[in-house]
Design a binder for this molecule. Structure first.
Ligand code: ADP
Length: 600
């Protein structure tokens, strides 16, 4: 456990780079400031000694004012050093957090595109940002506090035994009892209870989020009680666990803890009373009273020290979780870049005995898949949902790399092609192709930054986007996603197609899903598809069989295996899975047409 924390800290300081020294300087200053803040207590002891020695003729105590000023100077010095120290740790912490963000983003840039499918970019950003902010608190505050606390403790121990070890031990006993009470709340079987209580809190937060997300559904379907049953249960469960933890686990130890931290002198007074007769007899009663005065004042420090330990411990825990989240990002696989890239010759796409299993999955999404798309040909991937169509298409632009077997473009293994060359060669339009919050011009031009305005315009026309441009206030320069300019799913797809058309890549990987499109959009999208695919090598994920009738080859994928391949004519004649799908499809179309007629 201890080892792990040390590693966490070392990892964190690793991100500080050249600012690591500043962190150490800050910590050293914080330690010195803590020592300075103890000095006034010694001044108090000195002043008390002088006063008691001359009592009741107080005017004789000439040094008291000097001690007062000294105490003030030490206190102010301590505060000033503390602030300077904090400034150093803050500077280092900000740099560290910014390094974490930069390195995280740099690393993510190297990840294969598929990584972003399972880790939405917003999520990655959120994860990095929150984690970096959490480490900021640790480095800027908690670490300095931890060092300060250690110094405070050592100094406290020394001071406790310097003047009168018996009274020192009495103060320390109170501190020890508080610490034992504090740890009894967290250790042993209570640790499990605390974990359960925190898990219940997490579940409640999640259920709350789901509930808020589901509000539209609740409203539409007029659901009331049932809809928030899960949320309500999560709240009740949390409330029971919290009550049980607080009432049965924390009540006694927390009361003991607070009593002894706040009232460290409970042992001091009886011990002092016990020692007083001896001191009187010994002749140094004044010294004894001075020491008692010192410990009575000094015991107040104990509660500060203990509170600091609590904060520091929670800071360490927070930083540990933050580092865990950072490593989730930093451990993302990096796309391997070939050392000696080869140049693809031509536009043939070939799968050679390709298998692929997703990370964390037991069953392969693709098993021994082989097929060829000759230059200019269209290969359609069809089959039941989950068959592996999207996975197969994703391997061509290297969203993922095949687990075994080879995917070739122009006769070269895609992993041996310079990723930039591969990206120039392949245009892909997938269902989740997103548009940026930018103008339409910039969105389309992302495919080919050097394209002129006219070329972008032409691509948009070829992708049947004329109506979109006409209805938007600033035409090509309209910002998408701002000031109420939102496009429908079908319109977004046409813009994405314009982007692919502008790219003018010889190979097109395409998901023809038009699930979001209304009939008018669908006709236009089909026209845009026709323009995009003309004269190119096309690998198309087909959902509606009408679009694959003309394909050169149809690959039927089921559970990751190619179960059939051939042309539409061959496959319908073969009477296999494809033929059955074709019959079902026609029935569905007929049903749709007749229900539409009835509706008229
Ligand atoms: P299709 O496009 O034919 O519907 P997919 O290629 O999307 O099929 O999926 C093939 C199999 O791989 C399915 O069993 C699916 O659950 C699984 N799969 C798809 N994407 C992922 C992913 N990112 N992580 C893990 N498994 C996945």
């Amino acid at each position: 456990m201890k080892e792990e924390k040390k590693n966490d800290l070392a990892t964190l300081l690793g991100y500080a780079g050249s600012h690591k020294g500043l962190t150490f300087l800050g910590l050293a200053l914080s330690a010195v400031s803590m020592l300075l803040s103890m000095a006034p207590y010694i001044c108090i002891w000195l002043a008390a000694r002088d006063l008691i020695a001359v009592a009741p003729d107080w005017t004789q105590a000439q040094n008291v004012t000097r001690y007062g000023w000294l105490a003030f100077a030490f206190a102010v010095g301590g505060i000033v050093l503390y602030f300077v120290g904090l400034m150093c740790t803050h500077l280092a912490a900000f740099r560290t957090a910014s390094n974490i963000r930069k390195q995280g983003v740099a690393h993510v840039m190297k990840a294969p595109l598929g990584f972003f499918d399972s880790n939405a970019s917003g999520l990655i950003r959120g994860r990095l940002d929150a984690a970096a902010a959490d480490t900021e608190t640790l480095l800027a505050h908690n670490l300095a506090d931890i060092v300060g606390t250690v110094v405070l403790f050592v100094a406290m121990l020394v001071l406790m035994f310097v003047f009168d070890w018996r009274m020192g031990a009495a103060c320390l006993l109170a501190a020890v009892i508080s610490v034992i009470a504090m740890f009894s709340m967290m250790g042993g079987k209570n640790a499990k209870l605390m974990a359960e209580y925190q898990a219940a809190q997490d579940r409640m937060t999640k259920a709350g989020t789901e509930y808020v997300r589901g509000i539209p559904v609740v409203k539409i379907f007029q659901q009331t009680v049932y809809s928030f049953k899960a949320f309500q249960q999560a709240i009740e469960d949390y409330s029971n666990k919290a009550e049980h933890y607080q009432a049965d686990v924390c009540r006694v130890p927390q009361s003991v803890n607070l009593t002894f931290t706040e009232g460290a002198f409970v042992f001091l007074v009886p011990v002092a009373l016990f020692l007083a007769p001896g001191a009187l007899a010994g002749g140094d009663f004044a010294g004894f009273v001075t020491n008692f005065a010192f410990y009575a004042v000094f015991s107040a420090i104990i509660s500060t020290a203990l509170a600091r330990i609590m904060f520091a411990a929670s800071g360490m825990m927070l930083a540990g979780t933050a580092l865990g989240r950072i490593s989730q990002v930093m451990d993302a696989p990096a796309l391997e870049i070939p050392g000696h890239p080869q140049v693809p010759k031509g536009n043939r796409v070939e799968f050679k005995d390709v298998s692929f299993t997703y990370d964390g999955s037991e069953t392969p999404a693709l098993s021994h898949v082989s097929f060829t798309a000759e230059p200019g040909q269209t290969v359609a991937l069809v089959g039941p949902s989950g068959g592996g169509k999207t996975t197969a298409a994703s391997l061509i632009p290297r969203f993922w790399d095949a687990t075994s077997g080879v995917v070739e473009v122009g006769g070269v293994d895609v992993t041996q092609i310079d990723p930039h060359v591969l990206m120039d060669q392949v245009a892909f339009v997938f269902q989740n192709n997103r548009l940026f919050k930018a103008s339409i011009l910039e969105n389309v031009r992302a495919a080919r930054p050097e394209a002129t305005r006219e070329q972008v315009q032409a691509a948009l026309m070829a992708a049947q986007c004329k109506d979109i441009l006409e209805k938007l206030p600033d035409g090509l320069d309209t910002q998408i996603g701002s000031e109420g300019t939102y496009l429908s799913g079908g319109e977004q797809q046409r813009i994405a197609l314009a982007r692919a058309i502008l790219k003018d890549a010889p190979i097109v990987v395409l998901d023809e899903a038009t699930a979001f499109a209304d009939p008018e959009n669908e006709v236009l999208i089909q026209k845009a598809f026709a323009t995009l695919t003309k004269g190119r090598t096309v690998i198309m994920i087909a959902h509606r069989l009408s679009t694959v009738v003309g394909a050169d080859t149809i690959i039927v994928l089921d559970e990751g295996h190619i179960v059939e391949q051939g042309t539409h004519g061959e496959l319908t004649a073969a009477g296999g899975l494809y033929a059955r799908m074709w019959t079902d499809y026609n029935q569905a179309v007929q049903w749709k047409i007749s229900s539409e007629k009835e509706a008229e």
